[in-house]
Design a protein around this ligand. Structure first.
Ligand SMILES: NC(=O)c1ccc[n+]([C@@H]2O[C@H](COP(=O)([O-])OP(=O)(O)OC[C@H]3O[C@@H](n4cnc5c(N)ncnc54)[C@H](OP(=O)(O)O)[C@@H]3O)[C@@H](O)[C@H]2O)c1
Length: 324
């Protein structure tokens, strides 16, 4: 798959990037969501992603209070990656804060990611005490000061995207992206206006949890005992219950059949569908805790699904949504 332009910016991305919430090493509430993995493993995961053709990495202040930024930068350094040769995206955490903290915390973000520059800086949630236009004006100042190259948002509704886009446009800056949950088990952006608005405004949709945190790999369907051993938070976030495994089994069956025909895995089929079904507008950031997972995700960029296969997956996904 060819590289894609990030919104209307001059940045280019591989259709699949690497999500790095898994690199939080158990720090803070969000960090405790995933088992802690050591720096050596984080470096191997990052290396596997790069070797497979992944050219960008998504992290956040909110992932382990910045631990994921630090471990990602350490991994890239250990691998000898030249600053500027990969795209790095991170996020400002807006909860219980005003927009003023965008400017007052950027030094810490840059220090945590050093020597890698921040290419894309995103507002993680639409939850700040400050209105969206005020947040965007702060972001625009960071662009002008060359602290960041592009501005994105995350978990913004269609209306909130419009507002962010208009405020940035007044500063002569495009809104690059909206990072939202999108996968074969959660297709709300197709109905709630986010996807249509992104297309109209030239904004890239970055799909988080593109594998529904492992559900779409089929591993919990193959071994429901694995699902019951997951932390409660992860089971709750994804509705990983015996009833849901039963409802989603036909979709997993479709993914498996197509995977078999291409000698790939169901997760690769799910990822290829995610970044192809809507054309170039959607890119995805699967997370990985093991090098083999990152390798598989990267290789999904070499998978070409036929339009028949794409339609079969679409139908199976919609049937599973209709059955609850
Ligand atoms: N903006 C936001 O609000 C937001 C919210 C959530 C996530 N994100 C970002 O999106 C990224 C991805 O989302 P996510 O991590 O929630 O979910 P995800 O990418 O759907 O799932 C990642 C998990 O799936 C499993 N997995 C991945 N590849 C696999 C493979 N080939 N075979 C078997 N299992 C595999 C691994 O689980 P195990 O580790 O258990 O093996 C991995 O940790 C995050 O890392 C983060 O950067 C952003």
């Amino acid at each position: 798959m060819d590289a894609r332009q990030l919104g209307r910016t001059d940045l280019e991305l591989s259709p699949i990037g690497l999500g790095s919430w898994q690199f939080s090493q158990g720090v803070g509430m969000s960090g405790s969501f995933w088992p802690s993995i050591d720096q050596e493993t984080i470096t191997s995961v990052t290396g596997a992603a790069l070797n497979g053709g992944i050219s960008w990495f998504d992290t956040a202040e909110g992932h382990g209070r910045g631990r994921s930024e630090q471990t990602l930068a350490a991994a890239l350094s250990a691998l000898g990656v030249r600053p500027g040769s990969v795209v790095v995206a991170t996020k400002w955490w807006p909860f219980l804060r005003t927009a003023r903290s965008i400017g007052s915390t950027i030094g810490k973000r840059l220090a945590f990611l050093s020597p890698y520059p921040i290419d894309l800086y995103q507002v993680h949630q639409p939850w700040s005490f400050s209105p969206i236009p005020v947040q965007m004006r702060e972001m625009a100042q960071l662009v002008r000061a060359k602290h960041i190259r592009a501005v994105g948002v995350s978990n913004f509704s269609a209306r909130q995207m419009e507002e962010a886009h208009a405020a940035l446009a007044a500063e002569g800056i495009p809104l690059a992206s909206n990072q939202v949950r999108f996968n074969l088990l959660d297709r709300r952006i197709e109905e709630n206006g986010v996807l249509d608005t992104a297309r109209r405004l030239g904004v890239t949709v970055i799909a988080w949890s593109p594998l529904a945190q492992g559900m779409l790999t089929g591993r919990f369907h193959d071994d429901p005992g694995l699902a019951s051993r997951l932390p409660r938070s992860r089971r709750f976030m994804n509705g990983i219950t015996p009833a849901r495994l039963a409802v989603t089994a036909p979709l997993i069956g479709t993914l498996k059949a197509i995977a078999k025909a291409h000698s790939v895995t169901p997760s690769q089929v799910a990822l290829a569908w995610t970044v192809s079904f809507h054309g170039d507008v959607v890119v995805a950031i699967p997370g990985a805790s093991k090098p083999a997972q990152a390798e598989q995700s990267a290789a999904a960029m070499r998978l070409r699904l036929s339009s028949r296969e794409m339609a079969d997956i679409d139908e199976a996904s919609k049937r599973c949504a209709a059955s609850g």
